[in-house]
Ligand binder design. Structure first.
Ligand code: ARG
Length: 399
C-alpha cells in the first residue's frame, strides 16, 4: 500500500492532483492536508467539501500559533522583501513542516504539491521536504500542465471544482498578508481597481492613535491590553485596514528571475514593523542600527527563499537577539491617510536624555560645550587640506 500526502487547498491545481497521483503516479492512496495559517473560514469549507466529494482522506492542521511566532521573528528583523512583509514566504515552511509531520504519522512514502514550475512555492515547500527521506512529487510542474488543461481535465472527470469560482485573480491569504496576482494585474501599466482589496479601504481623513508595547522586540500588548500573537495580529488587521494602511503594489523579482506584478494587503504587519523600527531608533546606537540593516536584509532574503532554517539565519538571529534585549517599550502609532506613522516612543533602554541633546541646559558628565571647539577645528581637516593640495598641484602642473 503506497500513500502520498498532498498539500491540499481544494482549488483547481490541488484537486486535479488527486486523480493524477493515483493514476499517473500509481499511488494507492492520497492523503490531503490543509494547514491553517490564518486563511478565511471559507477556504476550509471549500477544502472540506472538495475532499468529501473526492472521497479524500483529509487532515486540517492548525499552525496559526507557530506561524504568528515566525511573523514576530520577522518583526524583530524588520523583514520586508522589495517592500512586501513576506506573508506567503513565511507561511510556506510552516505549512511544509506541518504536512511532513502528517505524512510521517500516516505512513506516507511521498509528499506532493500543486505548485507550478514558475513560482517560489515549489522551492520553499521542497526545501523543507527534501530534508526528509520521503519522495517529492510535483504533478503540475512535472507534467507541464496549464490551467486550461486542468479545467478541461476536471470537466471531463467531473471533479468537484467550482469553475466559476476560480476567479480573475490568484489570491493567497494568511494571518500576515493577502496577496493578489494575475488577470489584468499582469499588465504592469494597469492601475488596479479598488475591487482587488479586501482587508483595506481607500484612505480617508479619519485618524486614530494606537499604542503598541514590545518586550524584547516582540509585540505583546495593544493599548495596554496584553494579547497573544494571533489575536494581536487579527486585531490590528481589522483596526488599521479601514485607514488604507498596508497596501503594496510591486514588480517583484521571484527566485527564478521572473518578475511578477504583485499586490499585497498587510495592515497589521505595517503597523508592527513601523512601530518596531521606531522603538529601535530610540534604544539602539547608530552603529547597531546601521549594521542591523544589513543583518535584517539578509534575514529577509532567506525568508523570501523559504530558508528560515538556514544556518546563516541562526547566526543572523544571534545578532538580532542580542539587539532585541533592549527593544522593550511602548510606541504610539497614528493611523492617518493610508499610513501608520510613529508619533511617540518610550523605553527604559532609551539611549537618550533630553538634557544632553537640548540647547538650553546641562553638559554631558564632565564634558562642557567648550570642549566641542577642538572637535569642530578637526572636523573636515583632511578634506580642507586635500582641496588645498589639489589647487596647488593643479597650479604647478598647469604649464
Ligand atoms: N509572490 C509572492 C511570494 O512568492 C506571493 C505569491 C502569492 N500567491 C498568489 N497566488 N497570490 O512570496
Amino acid at each position: 500500500m503506497t500513500r502520498v500526502a498532498l498539500a491540499f487547498s481544494g482549488g483547481l491545481d490541488t484537486t486535479v492532483c488527486v486523480p493524477l497521483l493515483e493514476e499517473e503516479y500509481g499511488y494507492d492512496e492520497v492523503v490531503g492536508v490543509t494547514v491553517d495559517v490564518g486563511q478565511p473560514d471559507e477556504e476550509f469549507v471549500e477544502a472540506e467539501e472538495t475532499a468529501d466529494a473526492l472521497g479524500l482522506e483529509h487532515y486540517v492542521v492548525d499552525a496559526t500559533e507557530a506561524f504568528a511566532e515566525l511573523c514576530f521573528d520577522a518583526v524583530r528583523a524588520n523583514a520586508t522583501y522589495q517592500g512586501y512583509p513576506l506573508g506567503t514566504a513565511l507561511a510556506r515552511p510552516v505549512i511544509a513542516q506541518a504536512i511532513l509531520d502528517v505524512a510521517l504519522d500516516n505512513d506516507c512514502e511521498a509528499l506532493a504539491h500543486g505548485a507550478t514550475g514558475k513560482g517560489n512555492d515549489q522551492l520553499r515547500f521542497e526545501a523543507v521536504w527534501r530534508a526528509s527521506e520521503l519522495n517529492v512529487v510535483a504533478p503540475i510542474r512535472e507534467k507541464g500542465l496549464t490551467r486550461q488543461w486542468e479545467r478541461d481535465y476536471a470537466a471531463e472527470r467531473e471533479l468537484p471544482v467550482e469553475m466559476g469560482n476560480e476567479g480573475i485573480w490568484s489570491i493567497d491569504t494568511n494571518l500576515w498578508s493577502r496577496s493578489v496576482e494575475g488577470g489584468e494585474l499582469e499588465e504592469p501599466g494597469h492601475v488596479p481597481s479598488e475591487e482587488i482589496y479586501e482587508w483595506t479601504e481607500a484612505p480617508g481623513t479619519e485618524t486614530e492613535e494606537v499604542e503598541i508595547t514590545f518586550t524584547e522586540g516582540r509585540p505583546v500588548a495593544v493599548d495596554g491590553d496584553a494579547m497573544d500573537p494571533v489575536p494581536l495580529v487579527e486585531h490590528l488587521n481589522q483596526r488599521a485596514g479601514p485607514y488604507g494602511i498596508g497596501r503594496t503594489d510591486v514588480m517583484e523579482d521571484r527566485l527564478l528571475g521572473l518578475k511578477v506584478r504583485e499586490n499585497y494587503e498587510h495592515p497589521a504587519a505595517t503597523v508592527l514593523l513601523n512601530a518596531h523600527k521606531g522603538l529601535e531608533s530610540l534604544v539602539l546606537t547608530k552603529e547597531e542600527r546601521g549594521f542591523k540593516r544589513r543583518v535584517d536584509d539578509r534575514w529577509a532574503e532567506k525568508a523570501y527563499e523559504g530558508l528560515v532554517d538556514a544556518p546563516l539565519v541562526d547566526a543572523l538571529e544571534g545578532f538580532v537577539n542580542e539587539t532585541q534585549t533592549k527593544v522593550t517599550g511602548t510606541v504610539t502609532v497614528r493611523f492617518e491617510g493610508g499610513q501608520a506613522r510613529v508619533v511617540g516612543q518610550e523605553s527604559p533602554y532609551a539611549v537618550y536624555e533630553a538634557a544632553f541633546a537640548s540647547f538650553s541646559t546641562e553638559d554631558v558628565g564632565d564634558i562642557t560645550q567648550a570642549d566641542a571647539t577642538g572637535v569642530a577645528k578637526y572636523h573636515g581637516f583632511q578634506e580642507r587640506f586635500a582641496n588645498r593640495v589639489r589647487e596647488r598641484g593643479d597650479a604647478e602642473t598647469e604649464d
